[in-house]
Design a protein around this ligand. Structure first.
Ligand code: FES
Ligand SMILES: [Fe+2]
Length: 372
């Protein structure tokens, strides 16, 4: 898991001025709420008084109020009221981390990290999102019992489809692409993807072993990642019949992941098809889930000597190399250390304000040291 990227916190309609929304991402808790102008805010959930969960409190005006002793925190993380102090006046140290927020695609995203604005990786821009000839399904949010890197790697894996996805017509890789490492093209500065031909076969025909350009229909498909936690699958069955499926993922902890799924389509534009398309996509997702929940080990191995990789694993390796780069920058959470601390020490993901001000009550989450 990595700090300094944009993470999906909640569906837009779950974040209100009525009640706080509490959620866990990157092994720590957050609270989201809207101020009276409707602007969303995402703060560290742990009250710095004596540790209550702010997300279990109330929204009072522009603040979230702790359920334990009623301290109030504004959207910038400053405590604005301590009911038991003279004049309610909080000291300078009374603040929690507040994270930069963007609302897009019906999702409230937070930048979970401390980079100043000019250095932040951007939120992935879905170019076709507002295009007239594309339609976005209503956002689907679901949770799975596996580690998010396994999920991203699964989406980047062209060789599993013909075995895992009978509901998609078991798309098979052409032999040429099985033998040679797939070429990856950059997606901006923070991602990479590929697009290759596939055959789509009736599973009854049993032709997969000899698939080539001359038998059966050729489909173009591929996938790409952007940052550690977002992935797209491009499915171009014909020039008209196309899907682009985006997963924005929030690693909840070492074993569980929340996926915000945006399905874009270029055909069957009538909204009456929305539900049917969600249903079939979730059936296909379930085919993946059934395999993914049982991967051993749960998290990606630290060394590839404990796996036997082949050329079709190239996109997965590409992704892992990007993760290594981000680890070298000092952005990777030290999950083992964090697990040791859990229960004894409350931690927070460092917010940009930590670069400007000292004097924070909570410790930062432990990170793998930067490589010099
Ligand atoms: S623990 Fe939050 S106000 Fe006391
Ligand atoms: Fe799959």
């Amino acid at each position: 898991m990595y700090i300094n990227f944009w993470y999906p916190v909640a569906a837009s309609d779950a974040v209100t001025n009525e009640a706080p929304f509490r959620t866990r991402i990157l092994c720590v808790d957050f609270v989201a709420f809207r101020d009276t102008d409707g602007n969303p805010h995402v703060l560290s959930d742990t009250c710095i008084h004596r540790g209550a969960a702010l997300g279990e409190g109330k929204v009072v005006g522009d603040c979230v109020q702790c359920p334990y002793h009623g301290w109030q925190y504004a959207g910038d993380g400053r405590c604005t009221k301590i009911p038991t102090l003279p004049d309610d006046k909080p000291p300078a140290r009374a603040k929690v981390d507040s994270y930069p927020v963007q609302e897009k695609y019906g999702i409230v995203f937070a930048f979970l990290g401390d980079l100043p604005a000019a250095e932040r990786p951007p939120l992935w821009n879905i170019e076709e999102y507002d295009a007239d000839d594309w339609r976005a399904n209503k956002l689907v949010v679901f949770e799975v019992d596996y580690y998010y890197e396994r999920s991203i790697e699964n989406a980047l894996d062209p060789a599993h489809n013909e075995f895992v996805h009978p509901k998609q017509g078991t798309p098979g890789m052409l032999l040429d692409f099985k033998k040679t490492p797939i070429e990856m093209d950059a997606i901006g500065d923070w991602g990479s993807g590929f697009m290759i031909p596939f055959t789509q076969l009736d599973p009854e025909k049993g032709l997969l072993a000899q698939a080539n350009q001359h038998n059966d229909e050729v489909v173009k498909a591929g996938s790409g990642y952007f940052g550690p936690n977002a992935v797209v699958t491009w499915l171009h069955f014909t020039a008209e019949n196309m899907f682009h499926q985006y997963f924005f993922e929030a690693p909840i902890d070492e074993n569980r992941t929340r996926i915000f799924f945006i399905n874009m389509r270029h055909f069957m534009m009538d909204p009456k098809h929305d539900q049917q398309i969600v249903d079939i996509n979730m059936e296909i997702a379930q085919e993946d889930i059934d395999v993914m929940e049982k991967l051993n080990p749960v998290r990606t191995p630290e060394t590839t000597s404990k796996e036997l990789l082949v050329p079709s694993d190239e996109p997965v390796m590409h992704f892992r190399n990007s993760l290594k780069d981000w680890e070298k920058r000092g952005w990777r959470l030290d999950l083992k250390r964090l697990a040791e601390l859990r229960g004894d020490v409350a931690t927070a993901i460092p917010s940009p304000a930590r670069r400007e001000e000292k004097n924070w009550v909570l410790d930062e989450v432990p990170l793998i040291p930067k490589e010099h």
